[in-house]
Design a protein around this ligand. Structure first.
Ligand code: FCB
Length: 454
C-alpha cells in the first residue's frame, strides 16, 4: 500500500481565521457604531435566512473560551480582523478607547495563550458614517482608512507584528457594488471599479504608514485567487477565461506587484475605468512582505453574451464534487496551481494561505460529537496540494483554515457552517469541536500530513 508522510517546513504556521462582523456580535457595545453590514443585514430580503450579525457567535463576550479552544488544539497562529467601527466612531476621526480596550484584552489573551495574532485591518465592516458620504466610491474614505490604520498600528504594534491590510478587495468591491450580494448592495460596473481602485490605493498607502510606525512589522494583503480554466478549447471560451482571470485575479494582483492594471482589461473596461491620480500607480505598488491567498475553488469559464460585466460565466462538470456552497468546486489542484502561478508571475514572494475551508451540513450526532469526514478529507487534500507547491520552491509560510467557528456567513446568514468548531445556535451558542478540529490539531502538532492509497 502506498503511504507517504509529507513534512512541512520548520516553523510553518498552522492556525485558523475569522473576521470581526462574522463572529463578534456586541454591535452596540463598547461604543461601537454601525457598519455597512449592520445596515445591510437589517434590510429585508438581503440575507438568505433573514438573520443579522447583532449577536453573531458572541465572540465579543466569549473570546476567552474561543482562545482556550485554540490552545487546546495546539493552534498557535490566529488570523483575526479589527472592527473599524469599534475604533474610530465618527467622520472627524474620534477614537473610542473602549474599542481599543476590547482588542487589548483579546490580543493580550492570545499572547498569553502562546498564540501569534495576524491582524486584518479591513474585513468589510466599513463604518456606516463613511458610506453616508459615498463609502469607498469617495476618495475621502481612503484618508479615513489611513487615519484608522495609523491609530490601530500605533496602539497594537508593540504586540502585533503581522498585518494584513485588506481582505479580498474583489469580493468587497464587486460583490458589494457589482452584483449587490454584499453591503452596500449596489449594482454598477464603474462604481465597482472605482471602489476597487480606492481599496488598492488605500492598501498601498497604508503599507508605508505601517512601516513608518513599526519598521519591524510584516505587512501583506489578502487576495482571493481562483484557478481559472476555459470550459472548452473554443476560442470564445478561452478568451472568456482570460477575461475572468483578468477581472478577478490579475486586476487585484498586478497593481500590487507591478503597479499597473492589466492592459487587456484596461482596454476591455474602456470608459468604465476608475478616476485616478497619476501618483496612485506608484502608491498601489508599495513593497509588501507577504501575500495572503484565500483559495476556495476553480472557475471553469465559458463565453456568455448575456453577462454585462465580462461576457463570461462559470460552468460545472457534473462529476466534479462541489461544496455545499455550490458555487465552489472541490479542486485542491487549483490551490497548487494558484501558488505556482503566483511565483511564476510575480516572483518569490512569501505566501500565507490566509483562508481555505469548506461548508457542510454539520449535525451533532447521538454520541454528542460532530463528525465531518468530508471536511477532514477536504483539508487533507488542500494541505497536500500546498505541500507540493512548497516542494516546487514556493515560499509558503503558513495556513489558516477558514474558520475557527461556524459563524455569520455574510449574505447566507447562519445557513452555512465553515467552522472546525460547531456552534449550536439552538443551545446558547455552545461550542463543540468537530472531528476536523482534532485532525487539524494532529497536523499542527506533527507538522505533517499523511497521504496513502485508497
Ligand atoms: C471569504 C471571506 C470570509 C468567509 C469565506 C467563506 O470570501 O473572506 O469572510 O466568508 O469566504
Amino acid at each position: 500500500m502506498y503511504s507517504k508522510i509529507l513534512q512541512f517546513p520548520k516553523d510553518f504556521a498552522w492556525g485558523t481565521a475569522t473576521a470581526s462582523y462574522q463572529i463578534e456580535g456586541g454591535v452596540k457595545e463598547g461604543g461601537r457604531v454601525p457598519s455597512i453590514w449592520d445596515t445591510f443585514s437589517h434590510t429585508p430580503h438581503k440575507i438568505e435566512d433573514g438573520k443579522t450579525g447583532d449577536v453573531a457567535v458572541d465572540h465579543f463576550h466569549r473570546f476567552p473560551e474561543d482562545i482556550a479552544l485554540m490552545k487546546q488544539f495546539g493552534l498557535k497562529h490566529y488570523r483575526l480582523s479589527l472592527a473599524w467601527p469599534r475604533i474610530i466612531v465618527d467622520e472627524k476621526g474620534t477614537i473610542e478607547p473602549r474599542g481599543l480596550a476590547f482588542y487589548d484584552h483579546l490580543i493580550d489573551a492570545l499572547l498569553e495563550a502562546g498564540i501569534t495574532p495576524y491582524v486584518t485591518l479591513y474585513h468589510w465592516d466599513l463604518p456606516q458614517y463613511l458610506q453616508d458620504i459615498g463609502g469607498w466610491e469617495n476618495r475621502k474614505t481612503v484618508d479615513a482608512f489611513l487615519r484608522y490604520a495609523e491609530v490601530a498600528v500605533q496602539h497594537f504594534s508593540d504586540r502585533v507584528e503581522n498585518w494584513m491590510t485588506f481582505n479580498e478587495p474583489w469580493v468587497a468591491s464587486f460583490c458589494g457594488n457589482l452584483n449587490g450580494a454584499h453591503a452596500p448592495g449596489k449594482k454598477d460596473v464603474p462604481v465597482a471599479l472605482q471602489v476597487a481602485h480606492h481599496m488598492l490605493l488605500a492598501h498601498g498607502k497604508v503599507v508605508r504608514i505601517i512601516k513608518d510606525i513599526a519598521p519591524k512589522a510584516k505587512v501583506g494583503i489578502v487576495q482571493n485567487l481562483a484557478w481559472v480554466e476555459p470550459a472548452t478549447q473554443k476560442d470564445e471560451d478561452i478568451l472568456a477565461a482570460v477575461r475572468w482571470d483578468g477581472a478577478y485575479n490579475r486586476w487585484f494582483t498586478d497593481p500590487v506587484f507591478n503597479g499597473s492594471y492589466p492592459e487587456d482589461m484596461v482596454s476591455y473596461f474602456g470608459n468604465h475605468m476608475p478616476v485616478m491620480q497619476e501618483s496612485d500607480v506608484e502608491a498601489m505598488a508599495a513593497p509588501i512582505d507577504f501575500l495572503g491567498v484565500n483559495y476556495y475553488t476553480r472557475r471553469l469559464v465559458a463565453y456568455d453574451s448575456q453577462d454585462q460585466f465580462i461576457e463570461a460565466k462559470q460552468t460545472y462538470r457534473a462529476y466534479v464534487p462541489r461544496a455545499e456552497f455550490e458555487e465552489f468546486e472541490v479542486w485542491p489542484e487549483g490551490l497548487y496551481k494558484v501558488l505556482t502561478s503566483v511565483k511564476e508571475k510575480y516572483g518569490d514572494i512569501p505566501i500565507y494561505i490566509s483562508e481555505n475551508g469548506t461548508t457542510l451540513k454539520d449535525v451533532v450526532s447521538a454520541d454528542g460529537c460532530v463528525h465531518d469526514p468530508s471536511r477532514v478529507a477536504y483539508l487533507h487534500d488542500h494541505f497536500s496540494a500546498v505541500h507540493q507547491a512548497i516542494a516546487e520552491g514556493c515560499d509558503i509560510r503558513g495556513y489558516f483554515v477558514w474558520s475557527l467557528l461556524d459563524n455569520y456567513e455574510w449574505g447566507f446568514g447562519f445557513s452555512k457552517r465553515f467552522g472546525i468548531v460547531y456552534v449550536d445556535y439552538e443551545d446558547d451558542l455552545r461550542r463543540i469541536p468537530k472531528d476536523s478540529a482534532y485532525f487539524l490539531a494532529g497536523v499542527a502538532r506533527t507538522n505533517t500530513v499523511k497521504v496513502q492509497s485508497l
